[in-house]
Write a protein that binds this ligand. Sequence first.
Ligand code: HEC
Length: 139
Amino acid sequence: MRIRRHFLCLSLALLTVGCASRLPDYNGQTLYMANCANCHGTYGEGDGAVTPALNVVLQDLRYISQRNGGEFPKAWLEEIIDGRERRQGHGPIGMPVWGAVFSQQEGYDDAAQARVSAKVDALLSYLEAIQIQSAAVTN
Ligand code: HEC
């Protein structure tokens, strides 16, 4: 009986630790709609509500792979979206530095930074999922 109770406590403790260290399951589409759609448009086509105020024409985010010879340039996009490693003037002008924005929301310790990366990863997966591969369309 006693052993069984110890076992129960141990299992609960492990469960708690396991849950605490697990990253939230971020939904890329939800993050996109909350943070990106007002510029890049609901479907990524570049016609978000604030685009008239930007002095640039936004590229259609559904054709990134096509513009890149059919490959989804994940590492490059991660740098663009996180933005913190890019020196000023080398990232897209007018694009918020999302690594910094998400850090402000999450924090700066290791666990918080893991959540920042997880958000960027979820956005990358979403962008990859909306790519249009048809060779017939050029943009
Ligand atoms: C305040 C407006 C604004 C918001 C909000 C915004 N962006 Fe951007 N984004 C831009 C501008 C301006 C550019 C540079 C023009 C371009 O390349 O289309 C850009 C460029 C990009 C590019 C490079 C496109 C390419 O093919 O070169 C990606 C990818 C991108 N943004 C993703 C995102 C994601 C993901 C979010 C949300 C987390 C986001 N953007 C939110 C303005 C914005």
